[in-house]
Write a protein that binds this ligand. Structure first.
Ligand SMILES: C[S@@+](CC[C@H](N)C(=O)[O-])C[C@H]1O[C@@H](n2cnc3c(N)ncnc32)[C@H](O)[C@@H]1O
Length: 230
């Protein structure tokens, strides 16, 4: 026979392994912590080298900058470049394996880079880059409650992501991710709009996969240049 305390402990451990069922109540607190302190993690030398390798191309361009963060195979980067011919689209992903699967390069107005956005965003902010649009298609959800600090809105990178400005679009097949992202933005004074994505041509490889298996897809859009923090 196990005692009550042991049972509660086992139940809590079991719950931690399940996907989170609703937004966490301490979300605003987690975000406040990240905004209250400067992120100390050093920038890796390879991130700086990656940043410097494209800096000239970006900074000498007269086209508006669009960032496709965590672009995976870069299908979305190519699709954005086709849809936004007057912009320069930068796809970034840390996985060389995914980037190597990029295909059908037709558009001239995009480039893809291997880099960790945790570093890249800080370097771009420091260099005062001002993307007009920033996309995050299907970021890794990290669905266990204990993984909240790995999700972009719960991570120390969140203030930098916001600092880059522009219009942020996030898509996910996990409704809690979008709900919490909306709440996270709200906690620092930004309004956003969310909707279900239906009947659209898939923009990215993961979107194609999720559409094929019939997942419900969600999007949020937040314009940092129009709504101001309170
Ligand atoms: C679920 S996939 C989505 C890929 C793509 N956006 C799509 O919709 O097909 C998530 C991607 O995020 C990338 N990623 C995760 N953490 C990253 C980081 N810190 N910096 C850059 N890329 C990252 C992974 O390598 C992976 O390609």
């Amino acid at each position: 026979m196990i005692g009550f305390l042991q049972f509660t402990h086992l139940l809590n451990r079991y719950k931690q392994k399940l996907p989170q069922q609703q937004p966490r109540e301490d979300l605003a607190q987690i975000i406040a912590t990240h905004f209250a302190s400067k992120w100390q993690r050093p920038i890796a030398a390879h991130s700086l080298a990656a940043f410097e390798s494209i800096r000239g191309r970006i900074e000498s361009s007269s086209q508006s900058l669009v960032i496709d963060s965590c672009c995976g195979t870069g299908d979305s980067t190519r699709n954005l470049a086709a849809a936004l011919p007057d912009s320069l689209v930068l796809g970034i992903d840390k996985s060389s394996h995914r980037l190597a699967r990029h295909r059908d390069i037709v558009e001239q107005n995009y480039l893809m880079l291997r880099a960790d956005v945790n570093d890249f965003w800080r370097l771009a902010l420091e260099a005062r880059w001002q993307p007009t649009q920033h996309y995050l298609f299907y970021p890794n959800p990290y669905p266990k409650a204990s993984q909240i600090r790995k999700r972009w809105y719960g991570s120390p990178a969140f203030p930098t992501l916001l600092g880059l400005g522009g219009q942020l679009t996030v898509r996910s097949n996990w409704s809690i991710y979008i709900q919490e992202f909306v709440l996270a933005l709200n906690a620092v004074g930004f309004d956003s709009h969310s909707r279900q994505v239906t009947g659209e041509k898939p923009v990215s490889a993961f979107e194609a996969k999720y559409q094929e298996r019939g997942d419900t897809l969600f999007e949020l859009v937040c314009d940092f240049d129009q709504t101001k923090p309170c």
